[in-house]
Design a protein around this ligand. Structure first.
Ligand code: S3P
Length: 160
């Protein structure tokens, strides 16, 4: 199976990069968060508020099962926890966007933070970042510290 699975911490640019890849390689794009929002018919922040994190994680497990059944290669834009809790490496080639925590903070404005319940406190988000980094690393096929022309070439190789 040759899905390209994009993982990394909240705010590391997974969605924007996934769109670029979908366009560049003419592959269909799916977002695990978007599927959950459609399933529950609520934005992620409301899902956390109304039903709590555990419920959200159960939705992620359901999405994993659905995605595992896709036959055609897709670009899979994963929520930050999806890359941690699911065996994403079973879905295809895994690309980890490995930004530094400070870079992530710089990229995120107030509005972007509000969408992410687990980013409501910087210190808690940083703790989570530290806990997760090695797990993302272990599951990844390639690690990208930045996105440039070379990254697209590296990814092209993964599709061969
Ligand atoms: C989460 C990341 C979010 C979203 C939810 C939980 C996480 O996605 O799935 O708020 O646990 O890291 P992004 O990584 O796209 O922000």
């Amino acid at each position: 199976m040759k899905h390209l699975v994009i993982i990394g911490f909240m705010g590391s640019g997974k969605s924007a990069f996934s769109s670029v890849l979908a366009h560049r390689f003419s592959m269909p794009l799916i977002s695990t968060d978007q599927i959950i929002e459609e399933q529950v018919r609520m934005p992620i922040s409301e899902i956390f508020k109304t039903f709590g994190e555990e419920f959200f994680r159960l939705q992620e497990s359901q999405v994993f099962r659905k995605v595992s059944q896709l036959r055609d290669p897709h670009i899979i834009d994963c929520g930050g926890g999806f890359g941690i809790n699911q065996e994403v490496q079973e879905l295809g080639r895994v690309i980890f966007l490995d930004l530094e925590f400070d870079e992530i903070v710089q990229r995120m404005n107030e509005e972007e933070r509000k969408k992410r319940p687990l980013f409501s406190s910087f210190s808690k988000a940083k703790e989570l970042f530290i806990q997760r980094r090695q797990i993302y690393e272990k599951k990844s096929t390639i690690i990208l510290k930045r996105i440039d022309k070379n990254s697209l070439l590296q990814i092209q190789e993964l599709l061969k």
